[in-house]
Ligand binder design. Structure first.
Ligand SMILES: *Cc1c(COP(=O)(O)O)cnc(C)c1O
Length: 405
């Protein structure tokens, strides 16, 4: 049997035969979404002030264990403000994996800082910390508690770990490295709501972390994001900056700096409150789906399903098939062939340093990243696909129902 047929069979043993497209990731709205959104419409509280926003922030803080959560219009906006609050200044360099969603890097540009691309690890798709450590030892010098890039003579201010597909970076090792090289940690936890490093939720390891609630994330508010922090002053500033830096006043408009209109609307937060109630179930279903995928692909020689690192309890936001050897044509042909069977797979993001606008920024050797691009395929991973005891025909019926949206 050829490799593509083999993988297609494994895929259909999980997803069943279907005439309707099975998307990479769809939201599940089976809780109080209608009730809470209707409440916003009935009361007129749909915009940037309302009870659901406060409630959503409180519940997020509670779930993640962060002292403060500030809800924003999307995850990119949260990143922008997070970088700003971490003290990132123009012309400082920020270490960022080339293997991430574009938002992480764009936010660096919004602050007029400079992305400095770093390589990724085969085991969890996060930063390759060993490789980074020897690179920094070689290329930087510490002066007055500041890390200087010997070649560009610019300050390397911060590092942004990204917990790709919900699998966490080794945060103990990262914190050690950050301390050694005087780097501020800003955590991109956009994909890892529901993921824990050891016993601590992601987003709690740096000075500031962010979440995303875009339509394809584990919970969705339509569009949305949040800033997480354990620092009261930063939390207050985050709220201030995301609400146009307006001084509270009954009728006057006074703003004390250039702020941003980044506040999450109440109607989106209403969705978020309903979604958060279901988050533990979503995580359970997604972890179950991951097991089913692992089982289905276990006999395949040339590829395997990416599993969580030992130090991590992952939300398995997206399941990924990883090939033993890089094979671009397999990646493309398998995605095509699966699409014929209505399974909508995706490749990895094209590494950011390969995009035209990011070609001229500093970087280390990125060979792992380039290899991973030709080795990883993400598989349909919606929470409803992982309902325990769900037979293929039920899964197909559920998909039909969703295809009608
Ligand atoms: C989704 C995502 C973001 C933020 O995206 P928004 O669509 O702006 O909410 C940031 N970083 C990563 C890695 C993401 O996957």
């Amino acid at each position: 049997m050829d490799k593509i047929t083999e993988c297609l069979l494994a895929l259909s043993s999980v997803l069943g035969e279907t005439q309707n497209d099975i998307a990479l990731h769809e939201p599940t709205f089976q809780g109080n979404e209608w009730t809470y959104v209707k409440d916003c419409l009935d009361s007129g509280w749909v915009s940037s002030v309302g009870e659901y926003i406060n409630q959503f922030e409180d519940k997020l803080a509670q779930y993640t264990g962060a002292s403060y959560a500030v809800a924003t219009v999307n995850g990119t906006a949260a990143l922008h403000i997070a970088l700003h609050l971490a003290g990132v200044l123009p012309d400082q360099e920020i270490l960022v994996p080339s293997l991430t969603f574009i938002a992480t890097t764009n936010a660096i540009i919004y602050t007029r800082a400079i992305p400095h691309f770093i390589d990724s690890d085969f085991s969890n798709l996060g930063i390759d910390l060993k490789k980074l450590k020897s690179y920094l030892q070689d290329k930087t010098i510490i002066r007055n508690n500041t890390c200087i890039n010997k070649e560009s003579q610019r300050i390397i201010k911060a590092i942004i770990p990204v917990h790709i597909f919900g699998h966490t970076v080794d945060m103990d090792a990262l914190q050690q490295l950050a301390q050694e090289f005087c780097l501020t940690i800003i955590e991109d936890s956009a994909e890892s709501l529901g993921s824990f490093y050891k016993d601590k939720h992601t987003g709690n390891f740096g000075v500031i972390g962010i979440l995303s609630f875009n339509g394809n994330k584990i919970i969705s508010t339509g569009g949305g994001g949040a800033i997480l922090t354990n620092n009261e002053k930063l939390a207050r500033l985050a709220k201030h900056l995301t609400t146009t830096a307006k001084i509270p006043h009954a009728y006057e408009f006074i703003h004390d700096q250039v702020g941003y209109n980044y506040r999450m609307p109440n109607i989106n937060a209403a969705l978020g409150c309903a979604q958060l109630e279901q988050l533990p179930i979503f995580v359970e279903r997604k972890r179950h789906l991951a097991q089913v995928y692992q089982q289905a692909f276990s006999h395949i020689e040339h590829a395997s399903i990416l599993t969580e690192p030992t130090f991590c309890k992952s939300n398995y936001w997206l399941n990924a098939l990883i090939l033993k050897h890089p094979d671009r044509s397999f990646v493309e042909n398998f995605i095509e062939a699966a699409s014929q069977h209505h399974y909508k797979l995706r490749g990895l993001w094209r590494p950011i340093h390969m995009l035209s606008m990011y070609q001229d920024y500093p970087r280390m050797d990125l060979s792992n990243t380039c290899e991973l691009f030709d080795r990883v395929i993400s598989l349909p991973s919606s929470a409803q696909l992982g309902q325990t005891g769900m037979t293929k025909s039920v899964a197909t019926a559920a998909q039909k129902e969703f295809a009608g949206r």
